[in-house]
Design a protein around this ligand. Structure first.
Ligand code: FE2
Length: 239
């Protein structure tokens, strides 16, 4: 099965993802080994915590592209960010300073685990009103949300991403259960690795793809691991 991974932290020195070049190389090697063809690097942007500038992440992105080319790795690399939703994000949204995922108009939006469902909905509406499509990062992680609320967000126009690790049960029973239910009810657009490093938060996308294919069929697996990501990057519109 073809695989695309559009939420991961492979770029070094920019957030709590890859700590140095060697970790980035190991994460890329793991992606190649698993047959991942497309990666969208999504370094965090969170006021007071992860504040690498766009210039810094572009510099690391170019370096990573150089490495991929030099080694002839069969990977196409894109760059976006994982935006933490707060006032500083809203300013950036108003100033039109967001990096979309691929050629489309989607942004990966992350929330505090302490936000209420109403607060999350407020951010999603603001993102939609500004003409963007929000892709909710690891939707299974927010305690204030349940499947009905998430369905409401999807009906509003938001898209849902879940982590491969959560699907595999690495984050506990509750998150695993919610992920499988969302997958079964076709509420997920993207399963991604959210990989941070090769050892503690590794990329387990291929293993997850096998599990989803086995349990829910190859079509559903392809939908969330290839078709959905490719659509979000707008690679399906030719080019
Ligand atoms: Fe992330």
């Amino acid at each position: 099965m073809r695989l695309a991974d559009i939420h991961c932290h492979i770029l070094p020195y920019v957030d709590d993802g890859a700590e140095h070049i060697e970790e980035m190389e190991a994460l890329l090697a793991s992606a190649v080994e698993q047959g991942i063809e497309i990666i969208c690097a999504t370094p965090h942007l969170r006021h007071g915590m992860f504040e690498s500038t766009d210039e810094e992440i572009v510099r690391q992105y170019r370096r990573a592209c150089g490495y991929i080319e030099e080694k002839g790795l069969p990977i196409r690399l894109f760059l976006s960010r994982e935006y933490f939703c707060d006032d500083s994000f809203l300013r950036r949204l108003n100033e039109k300073r967001l990096i979309p995922m691929g050629w489309g108009n989607t942004v990966l939006a992350e929330f505090s685990g302490r936000y209420s469902a109403e607060k999350i909905e407020g951010f999603l509406k603001k993102i939609l009103d500004a003409g963007w499509t929000p892709l909710i990062a690891h939707v299974e992680r927010y305690g204030s949300l349940d499947e009905d609320i998430i369905r409401g967000f999807v009906e509003m126009g938001a898209k849902v991403q879940i982590n491969a690790g959560s699907v595999l049960g690495r984050e506990g029973h509750w998150q695993k259960k919610l992920c499988w239910s969302l997958l079964r009810h076709d509420l997920v657009s993207v399963v991604a690795s959210d990989a941070h490093d090769p050892n503690y938060r590794p990329n387990e996308l291929a293993l997850c793809a096998n599990k989803i294919g086995h349990k829910l069929g190859q079509d559903r697996a392809k939908k969330v691991l290839w078709d959905g990501p490719v659509k979000i990057l707008s690679l399906d519109k030719g080019e």
